[in-house]
Design a protein around this ligand. Structure first.
Ligand SMILES: [Zn+2]
Length: 235
């Protein structure tokens, strides 16, 4: 049955073509909810789906498997199962329990939601990520989670709100597909993003703000180290 699904996915994409692969599908508790991946060794192609997928209809699973298969094989094909899967991911946030939050992030989300979305966006899961100076924030459709770099914990709230606004736009706007490409930052997204008060100015300042936080963090790190007696610290 399980193997059948991966084989079905193949025949659906490549009708009439002989299948050269040994296709296997396993469900695992090790992936995040609604996660999935595929690996290929020789002719052995293995799909790993998170256990959560077991409860989801086979048609939608087929879409995910087909999408993974096309990515792996670098092929372009359309399929109604892939459309079903993408629609499923787009509405998933409704069903995902909101268990994670943080007071500071929630305040930021509420400010942004009230001001730019008339309070209409349902609150996603919110959490602080790592002290990342490259990725300021992310939105994960599969866990309905906004993650913000802890770089913004102590900066002026306008920076945090700016990141929050960007990620909330992702939740609200979703994504669209054309062929095998997925677009997140399309022209309309950029137009909406530019609505944020002083957004262009904030965008310019971000690099400097982040560098400053980085320097502060490095300083704290040195301070935290135990000092050797008689040793003079220069910082
Ligand atoms: Zn983005």
């Amino acid at each position: 049955m399980e193997q059948n699904l991966a084989e079905q996915a193949y025949t659906g994409l490549f009708p009439g073509k002989e299948n050269p692969y040994d296709l296997e599908l396993v469900y695992t508790g090790r992936l995040k909810q609604y996660g999935g991946n595929v690996s290929l060794r020789g002719s052995y192609m293995e799909f790993k789906l998170s256990k959560k997928w077991r409860q989801i209809s086979p048609e939608i699973q087929l879409g995910l498997i087909q999408e993974l298969m096309l990515k792996l094989l670098k092929q372009k094909r359309q399929s109604m199962y892939i459309d079903l899967y993408n629609n499923f991911i787009k509405s998933l946030h409704i069903a995902i329990p909101k268990t994670k939050t943080d007071p500071q992030l929630e305040e930021s989300f509420n400010r942004v939601n009230d001001r730019y979305f008339v309070g209409l966006v349902e609150r996603p899961n919110l959490r602080w990520g790592q002290f990342s100076t490259r990725t300021f924030g992310t939105y994960d459709f599969k866990t309905d989670m906004i993650t913000v770099s802890t770089v913004f914990k102590d900066t002026d709230i306008k920076y945090l709100d700016y990141i929050m606004y960007h990620e909330t736009l992702h939740k609200q706007r979703k994504f669209f597909k054309s062929g095998t490409k997925t677009y997140y930052h399309d022209a309309r997204f950029k137009r909406l993003e530019s609505v944020f008060e002083n957004g262009a100015q904030i965008e310019k300042e971000l690099g400097r703000v982040v560098a400053k936080e980085q320097a502060k963090a490095a300083f704290r790190f040195r301070e935290a180290k135990p000092r050797k007696r008689g040793f003079f610290d220069w910082f």
